[in-house]
Design a binder for this molecule. Structure first.
Ligand code: ATP
Length: 323
């Protein structure tokens, strides 16, 4: 079946380890052009799902197709169109970076002129020029991660599965890798797992939250943020001397559920005004400001916070605790 525009299609995917369901009936379709973020607490089933998509682990049930190739029935074709950055560091610590990437090109059957072009391109894209002759085992964690990324993209796969791609990178490197992911997304389907919620906002066009092996939320980062208790909350910073009792005034406005106040060091107070069920309260708050004549330093509406949504949906147990 090669007609579907979706590059990844997953139906009813499950993985049992003994009686334990690490992945429990996942359905997912990822078209080209999408960077999908996999979020979830430790042990949620993200890596297990990625390992099944990449053919490293056989599912207990369900099916996966990559660019129309069934991973179980046509594993070689599926692997040809797929790049995978696994968790942790690449193998072969004794190989130099150049030797390792050359070896990967060979395994991927890239030769002749194209081999030179592709190796030059990935070395440039992930910034490995300075360490080409160094054994992988002697590289810093960030550089090892870059080598992992280089081997995942050397054959220009249409589908990329990246397990915590920026883990161990410094802020500049994180920025570069995120830029690269966004650039590569144009005609590819990319799935990244991450614990960094700011990364989801920076690179993902869509995010799913996985918990106990199931998808419990699926949407654009903005759609997910709209499920936050802070969606449409208003932040207001005013001089303490002017607005000493603002908490009560703000609480009495229609649609306001609660108000928090942070005392800032410079004589200002910052109020966060949280609405009931995300109703819009910006008009009411600015009306009050005008009525009272407060000189406002800040007044803005929050889109919501991903960390809040994440906690709300998955906070039934401590992070890291087995289900
Ligand atoms: P993290 O964020 O910590 O990387 P994750 O969402 O990637 O977590 P997985 O590594 O997919 O989670 O693990 C899901 C669950 O399956 C965990 O409870 C894990 O202990 C269990 N598990 C994974 N591999 C095996 C295995 N080979 N045998 C038994 N249990 C396993």
């Amino acid at each position: 079946m090669r007609s579907s525009p979706a590059l990844i299609e997953i139906h009813g995917l499950s993985k049992h380890f003994g009686p334990f369901a690490a992945v429990d009936g996942i359905d997912l379709t990822v078209p080209g052009g999408e960077v999908l973020g996999f979020l979830g607490p430790n042990g949620a089933g993200k890596t297990t799902t990625m390992r099944m998509i990449t053919g490293f682990l056989a599912p207990s049930a369900g099916s996966i197709t990559i660019a129309g190739f069934d991973v179980a029935a046509a594993p070689l074709q599926a692997r040809q169109v797929l790049g995978y950055l696994p968790e942790g560091a690449p193998l072969y610590p004794d190989m130099t970076v150049a030797g390792f990437l050359g070896f990967i090109a060979e395994v991927r059957r890239i030769d002749g002129q194209r081999r030179r072009e592709r190796l030059d391109a990935v070395i440039d894209q992930v910034g490995l020029g300075d360490v080409l002759r160094q054994p992988i085992g002697t590289l810093s964690k960030g550089y090892k991660r870059r080598v992992g990324l280089a081997q995942a993209i050397v054959h220009e796969p249409r589908v990329l599965i990246l397990d915590e791609p920026t883990d161990g990178l410094d802020p500049n490197q994180k920025h570069e890798v995120r830029k690269l992911i966004r650039a590569m997304a144009r005609d590819r389907a990319i799935v990244i797992s991450t614990h960094i919620l700011e990364e989801v906002e920076a690179v993902c066009s869509r995010a799913v939250i996985i918990d106990r092996g199931r998808i419990i939320a699926d949407g654009t980062p903005d759609e997910l943020k709209a499920r936050s208790g802070y969606h449409n909350a208003v932040v207001l910073t005013v001089p303490r001397a002017q607005a000493g009792a603002a908490t009560e005034d703000l609480k009495d406005l229609p649609g306001v559920e609660r108000v928090t106040r942070d005392e800032l060091a410079d004589g200002y107070d910052r109020y966060t005004v949280i609405p009931t069920e995300s109703v819009s309260i910006a008009g009411a708050v600015s009306g009050l400001v005008r009525e009272r004549g407060w000189s406002v330093r800040e007044l803005y509406v929050l889109p919501g916070r991903l960390d809040d949504v994440f906690r709300k949906l998955t906070g039934h147990r401590q992070s890291g605790e087995a289900a």
